[in-house]
Ligand binder design. Structure first.
Ligand code: AMP
Length: 190
């Protein structure tokens, strides 16, 4: 099994890249944001609960996220591995993921950080806000998501860095250029 994490701030392009990398490497793309949006679309209790939190730009509680991820991992237990996107977003999620994987005799191979400077994030934010693509993509909510990222998610980078499992790539360029950089980083983990 090969398990990778795509890391980075909101609007870094993690979703786009995770899909491409997962499909070319035969891995399962596991996006906690996509799972939550699926629950919202289906009108489930979980969806109703999560929607309010997501629309504020806050994080859904760890227990909820971990249950979803555990289920998804078990649903693909015979697969080649996962590309985690938007997860883990807190230190407790990162340590719990290690345990989930260790219990299944596998581990994280590496984390690729898609680096995008604040100025570029801001201009992507304006562009998306203009198109009104997502309810949690308005400037006010996106600002909140970025501060949540800095306060709660950045420590996750240090967690993998201290294990020698963290590489950064430049996240500004064409989709193809960035995919190539990520591929090269993954090559250093395997
Ligand atoms: P994303 O599509 O990954 O940007 O996620 C959209 C929103 O879903 C986030 O702003 C959070 O409210 C929620 N969410 C997604 N993944 C997680 C996670 N791992 N932990 C907590 N909340 C999450």
């Amino acid at each position: 099994m090969l398990n990778l994490i795509l890391f980075g701030p909101p609007n870094a392009g993690k979703g786009t890249q995770a899909k491409l990398i997962a499909s070319e490497m035969g891995l399962v793309h596991l996006s906690t944001g996509d799972i939550l949006r699926g629950e919202i679309a289906q009108g489930t209790e979980l969806g109703k609960y999560a929607q309010e939190i997501m629309n504020r730009g806050d994080l859904v509680p760890d227990e909820v996220i971990l249950k979803m991820v555990g289920n998804k991992i078990d649903a693909h237990r015979t697969g080649n591995g996962f590309v985690f996107d938007g997860f883990p977003r807190t230190l407790p999620q990162a340590t719990a993921l290690d345990k989930l994987l260790a219990d299944r005799h596998t581990r994280i191979a590496g984390t690729v950080n898609i680096e995008v400077n604040d100025e570029e994030l801001l201009s992507r934010m304006m562009e998306r806000a203009r198109k009104e693509s997502r309810a949690d993509d308005t400037p006010v909510v996106l600002n909140r998501r970025i501060s949540t990222y800095k306060a709660e998610t950045l420590p996750v980078a240090g967690y993998y860095e201290s294990q020698g499992k963290f590489l950064s790539v430049n996240g500004v360029g064409t989709v193809e250029e960035i995919t190539a950089r990520i591929r090269e980083a993954i090559g250093q983990f395997v």
